[in-house]
Design a protein around this ligand. Structure first.
Ligand SMILES: [Zn+2]
Length: 308
């Protein structure tokens, strides 16, 4: 009996020592594990978390943001994550909830502290008067492509910093300092982009999927129409005939598509002579757009070049 007590005490001591070591490692050694749905959000998180975070993005930037193909490797990454960063506004609604269901990580479910929704505080455009998902509308809460407006990139950065601090208050001063530096850097880029984008003012554009409204509002472009009848609904032949007429009547200058098949954009180019430009609506799709700032910069310059 005596020896058993001794063994138990000894085991207990080992256990306590081990636990103390583990907790000290997670507090001071191991970075905070963050999963972001898209590369732009992952980049912004790295800018604010610096060496305190280890960030992975699920999407690579070339996928349709509403239909990122689910890979088996996503599940363990979500299972181990301390935090999940999302665009919100149901941008990820067709693929993320199913992954979260099997990832068994209650910390990062919607509404929990580890779930960081970057859309909080964004003035939502194209908010529907009724929720219409039954008809296939991919924007049931309004247009979720707000990161194309760099001013709303600042809101996302603030939400990420707030979420990091909510979960890891011991690093508040670091997150705050890094956020301020990043916002100042973004402000200086925004000033440059406003000058560079001056030729975009009044440019008439056509888009494949309705995702350019925030960018267009910021830099004063005018939408003529979209290839999709409504978000996620492919066009009918009649719709395309009307769109060709609109492009000709309004003298639309540029057709923007991203992850979609280039067949219809090329067909419209053949019929109207409109310039066609492939611009992805997330960072990460090209090596020169691997950060949020580089992606917006590339987008602004590509459009200016296309219309000049
Ligand atoms: Zn969309």
């Amino acid at each position: 009996m005596k020896s058993l007590t001794k063994i138990n005490k000894c085991q207990l001591l080992i256990l306590v020592t081990a636990l103390a070591w583990i907790s000290s490692r997670s507090a001071f050694g191991q970075p905070i594990r963050v999963v972001a749905t898209f590369p732009d959000l992952a980049d912004i998180t790295r800018q604010i978390g610096k060496n305190l975070v280890s960030v992975e993005s699920l999407a690579t930037g070339v996928e349709d943001p509403h239909g990122v193909p689910m890979k088996p490797s996503f599940v363990p990454r979500l299972n181990r994550a301390n935090l999940l960063i999302v665009t919100g506004l149901d941008d990820e609604h067709s693929w993320l909830p199913a992954l979260l269901e099997v990832a068994s990580n209650p910390k990062i479910l919607a509404g929990q502290p580890g779930y960081i929704d970057c859309s909080v505080g964004v003035p939502v455009l194209e908010a529907p008067t009724r929720i219409d998902r039954a008809e296939g509308d991919l924007h049931p809460k309004g247009n979720p492509h707000y990161l194309l407006d760099p001013l709303y990139g600042k809101i996302a950065a603030q939400n990420i910093a707030t979420g990091l601090t909510r979960n890891f208050p011991q690093y508040e001063a670091d997150f705050d300092k890094n956020l301020k530096a990043y916002l100042a850097e973004l402000d200086s880029w925004i000033g440059r982009w406003e000058k560079v984008a001056a030729p975009l003012r009044g440019v008439k554009y056509v888009e494949y999927h309705p995702e350019w409204v925030y960018f267009a509002n910021r830099f004063r472009l005018q939408r003529v129409g979209s290839i999709e009848i409504k978000p996620g609904i492919e066009p009918t032949p009649n719709h395309l005939v009307q769109l060709v007429q609109q492009i000709k009547q309004e003298n639309a200058q540029v057709l923007i598509y991203g992850s979609q098949n280039p067949r219809i954009p090329q067909q419209l180019q053949g019929e109207t002579g409109i310039k066609v430009l492939r611009l992805y609506t997330s960072a990460g799709a090209r090596s020169e757009t691997d950060t949020y700032i580089k992606w917006i910069d590339y987008t602004v310059h590509s459009l200016v070049q296309a219309v000049s």
